[in-house]
Ligand binder design. Structure first.
Ligand code: GRG
Length: 291
């Protein structure tokens, strides 16, 4: 059921991105950009956005630009994450990483172009939302992507290699590296649903916890997953000396910790009743997934 939803949502977002890119002046970076963002990946962040939108009766027309922008930022971060100067991975989504297929320089530039494309997609005059909302969404996306968000988290992830770090340090790093983009997903839904500052803050914290849960699942898959299903090399974290919940407390305790986080998230969704069913199903998928 949820798998069908992921496929359906991927199609909607891919269709939007293909159309959007086809209307731009063409350049040789379009190929590595498309390779990095279209027809690959679970598009889980888009599914989180669309499921959260259901709670507030927001339809996909209003949310599609947010989904596409988030997938551009996410794919940009993966292209750069795979570079030799970062995590140095040659396989992503079961295919050669972008720098292996197109060369390092094109991969760096395609990543940069996806980052800027994300902001272009939200600022677009054809995106029919209020200018005030656009500004707020753009500012939050910048905050969640830069040194206070994913880029900052990635820096910590690399610096923490082969070092003994506390639970708080690991959780803070993962909340930045992976949580902040999910934080943005729910915050943007809050903006579009005209929620007040307090409600938007609660939504963004919920999003950050969903992102943290997603990262924990990613770390579990690195140990127990199948390379074929995950689409990237596994058992790398230990070799690289990555600081994860598992390296700190062992697999069993880490799994218990993640289960508790999942319960906490699901409990917070209860107040929304049936309207939160899609998002609850997505959260169940996030921890239970095998890809
Ligand atoms: C500032 C955007 C930005 C990037 C530069 C390289 C970097 C800094 C950040 C890397 C952040 C990173 C790779 C976090 C890991 C998040 C994660 C668990 C990725 C896997 O996501 P999936 O499983 O991937 O959703 P698919 O392939 O399904 O899209």
């Amino acid at each position: 059921m949820i798998k069908n939803k992921l496929i359906q949502n991927s199609k909607i977002v891919d269709k939007f991105l293909i159309k959007y890119l086809s209307k731009q002046n063409q350049s040789s970076l379009i190929s590595p950009m498309k390779y990095g963002v279209i027809s690959g990946g679970k598009k889980i962040r888009s599914t989180v956005i669309l499921s959260a939108g259901k709670i507030f009766n927001l339809n996909s027309k209003k949310l599609i630009n947010i989904c596409a922008a988030v997938e551009c930022i996410h794919s940009y971060s993966l292209i750069h994450d795979d570079l030799p100067c970062m995590d140095d991975d040659t396989i992503r989504r079961g295919k050669p990483s972008t720098h292996i297929k197109f060369g390092e320089a094109s991969a760096v530039l395609a990543g940069n172009s996806l980052l800027t494309l994300a902001f272009e997609i939200i600022a677009d005059n054809n995106y029919p939302i209020k200018s005030k909302s656009k500004n707020e969404i753009i500012q939050t996306l910048a905050f969640c992507s830069g040194h206070t968000g994913i880029a900052g988290g990635q820096e910590l992830d690399l610096k923490f290699e082969n070092k003994k770090k506390s639970l708080k340090q690991i959780v803070d790093m993962q909340k930045k590296k992976t949580g902040k983009l999910f934080n943005f997903c729910l915050y943007a839904v809050g903006v579009l649903a005209n929620k007040n500052d307090k409600e938007k803050k609660l939504l963004s914290l919920l999003g950050e916890d969903i992102g943290l849960l997603f990262q924990f699942a990613d770390d579990f898959l690195d140990i127990k997953g199948s390379k074929k299903l995950v689409g990237k090399p596994i058992k790398k974290d230990n070799k690289k000396g990555k600081s994860t919940l598992i390296s700190l407390m062992g697999y069993k305790k880490a799994h218990k910790y993640a289960e508790n986080l999942k319960k906490k998230i699901l409990l917070k969704l209860k107040k929304h009743g049936k309207k939160a069913k899609d998002l609850s199903d997505t959260i169940e998928f996030i921890l239970g997934r095998n890809f």
